[in-house]
Write a protein that binds this ligand. Structure first.
Ligand SMILES: Cc1cc2nc3c(=O)[nH]c(=O)nc-3n(C[C@H](O)[C@H](O)[C@H](O)COP(=O)(O)OP(=O)(O)OC[C@H]3O[C@@H](n4cnc5c(N)ncnc54)[C@H](O)[C@@H]3O)c2cc1C
Length: 528
């Protein structure tokens, strides 16, 4: 299987306006209503739309505004899950990882080498780690390049922040990384091109139940405050940490189906380019990742039981202290200095009930069917998002006797070889700042041409959103006109990398002229 050629990437139909989306939602009858526009909702909508079903999706906040923009951004087999004995999950995750990288979104899912430092005080012996990495590579058919022991000099060249003051064995393996929120957006736009309608800032407040069967939902448009109903033959609840809240709209007596665990990350500036990530083994089977991400360093993550309101999850000073301390087991002190922290974010894992510690709980997908037939799905991994979506769409469409989805992977809109797109961008748009061509090719694939086309007429759109950064103003225009962005946060945090680089305040001023007239404040938006 070789990467597909650069796709034309041009949406066949004009992007609907918010008013047009609202009109459709309020007037049509859908086969499937998906509640929640994170990875699982988006993939379910995409799979159902591919099957020819009439699909609607609503999210109470922004698309990917919750867990699906707060992950470690890895598309990985999950080396540490081998330690939990989850061979099936690892094998499936490897398979999905390859499909994502080769076919579904080669521009968004990029290969990444990992270095695992092992020393006397780490929880596993070098021989154990080497065996684990061998089994891990075997489960992916040894298709990802060289694994096993690497010399210290090579490890330091790949990951220059590694500590050099301790006796260590270095073991290499391979996975992929992505831009989680952009992957979700690409799936939503692909579903849209297949006829689905999706709307952000549209919160489900109650479910409609007709003759004992769920038949739609009552929704509030968070932007205008208007209320409307969406009619559907079946409903999928893909609301991540809110999954039980929505289940109780169907059945107030429904018992809890999941528990939550908070994970925080830090984004640090990096003075040198890194060519590999570092996985530091920690006690209780946990790991600390240091991942090169768009010229920055992503550190994380924590794993703490969480029982509060999911809308209130935030990174804290204690999270920062823990993440830096755990990273310091493998990285040099100046690399993990608090002064280098540019931004932080936190999200909630949805885990099956039972088990012991949250870290030791298997990352299984939890699927339940409620009294009125609503299918709820939560948990799992971003890595297996496509497969989970196909399975859920299959259940939903089978329940209403509609044709079932194709289980074979397909490319998302914009899927393209990022190097080919970068070269073409440099040729077509020589005014584009250096570094932005590769950046845009990675975020948008073949849709990057659409992003930049208006800049031919309005050259100020080539300007960086913040000085020195690779994101350009054309992305702000595109986010509002084609990607349903409404707030500055939508643009800076999920459609570009500006906020994670730590330039939120400057970014807000720069993108303000592009925002729609009536904007919700980010505080207004989170689902409660
Ligand atoms: C710290 C952390 C790190 C992770 N790292 C990785 C990783 O590196 N690789 C990997 O494969 N997986 C990772 N995961 C797991 C992965 O992020 C999740 O499996 C995935 O994002 C879950 O997506 P989701 O769609 O189920 O939930 P979410 O993304 O949370 O989406 C749920 C959506 O439902 C919406 N919603 C809620 N209530 C309503 C309502 N009433 N009406 C309408 N909409 C509503 C929310 O606004 C939200 O957008 C990580 C998870 C965490 C927490």
């Amino acid at each position: 299987m070789s990467p597909p050629p650069p796709a034309a990437g041009l949406p066949a139909a004009p992007t609907p306006t918010r008013a047009e989306r609202l009109e459709r939602l309020a007037t049509e009858t859908f086969d499937v209503l998906v509640i929640g526009g994170g990875a699982l909702g988006a993939s379910t909508a995409w799979a159902a739309a591919r099957a020819g079903a009439r699909v609607a999706l609503v999210d109470g906040g922004d698309a990917a505004g919750a867990t699906s923009s707060a992950s470690s951004k890895l598309v990985h087999g999950g080396l540490r899950y081998l330690g939990l004995g989850d061979v099936k999950l690892v094998r499936e995750a490897h398979r999905e990882r390859r499909w994502n990288a080769r076919l579904v979104a080669p521009h968004l899912v990029r290969p990444l080498q990992f270095i695992l430092p092992v020393g006397a005080e780490t929880p596993h012996r070098p021989a154990e780690i080497r065996l684990g990495v061998f089994v891990y590579a075997a489960l992916s058919g040894f298709r990802d390049g060289r694994t096993g022991r690497v010399r210290p000099g090579e490890a330091f060249a790949l990951a220059p922040g590694l500590r050099r003051d301790m006796e260590r064995t270095f073991v290499a393996y391979h996975d992929h990384q992505t831009d989680d929120a952009r992957l979700v957006l690409a799936a939503l736009r692909t579903a849209e091109l297949l006829g689905a309608v999706w709307l952000n800032y549209a919160r489900v407040e109650s479910l409609r139940i007709t003759a004992g069967t769920v038949s739609g939902a009552d929704v509030v448009d968070v932007v205008s405050g208007a209320r409307f109903a969406v009619s559907a033959r079946t409903v999928v609840n893909a609301t991540g940490p809110w999954v039980d809240h929505i289940r109780r709209l169907e059945d107030p007596g429904a018992a809890a189906s999941v528990r939550l665990s908070k994970g925080a990350h830090l984004v640090l500036e990096s003075s040198e380019p890194w060519h590999a990530a570092v996985t530091s083994p920690l006690p209780e089977g946990r790991v600390s990742f240091a991942i090169p991400w768009h010229g920055l360093l992503l550190l994380g993550t924590t794993d703490e039981p969480f029982e509060g309101d999911p809308a209130t999850v935030r990174p804290t000073d204690a999270d920062q202290a823990q993440i830096l301390a755990e990273a310091a087991t493998s990285l040099a002190p100046d690399v993990v200095s608090p002064a280098r922290v540019r931004s932080a974010f936190a999200g909630l894992r949805v885990l099956p009930l039972g088990g012991t510690s949250t870290a030791g709980t298997r990352r299984e997908t939890v699927v339940t069917v409620g009294k009125a037939g609503m299918i709820s799905v939560a948990g799992g991994k971003l890595t297996t998002w496509r497969r989970i979506g196909v399975d859920v769409a299959t259940r939903a469409l089978a329940s209403i006797q509609r044709p079932l989805p194709d289980t074979h992977p397909a490319p998302l809109v914009g899927a393209a070889d990022p190097d080919a797109v970068r070269e073409e961008l440099q040729r077509r748009y020589p005014e584009l700042p250096e570094g932005s061509a590769a950046h845009l090719a990675g975020l948008y694939g073949a849709l990057a041409y659409d992003v930049l086309e208006p800049a031919r007429r309005e050259p100020q759109l080539y300007e960086p959103i913040v000085p020195g950064g690779p994101d350009v103003l054309a992305q702000a225009r595109y986010a509002v006109e084609h990607e349903a962005a409404i707030t500055a946060d939508d643009i800076l945090r999920r459609r570009t990398t500006v906020a994670l680089r730590g330039f939120e305040a400057e970014g807000r001023l720069r993108v303000a002229p592009f925002l729609p007239d009536r904007t919700v404040s980010p505080d207004e938006a989170p689902v409660r």
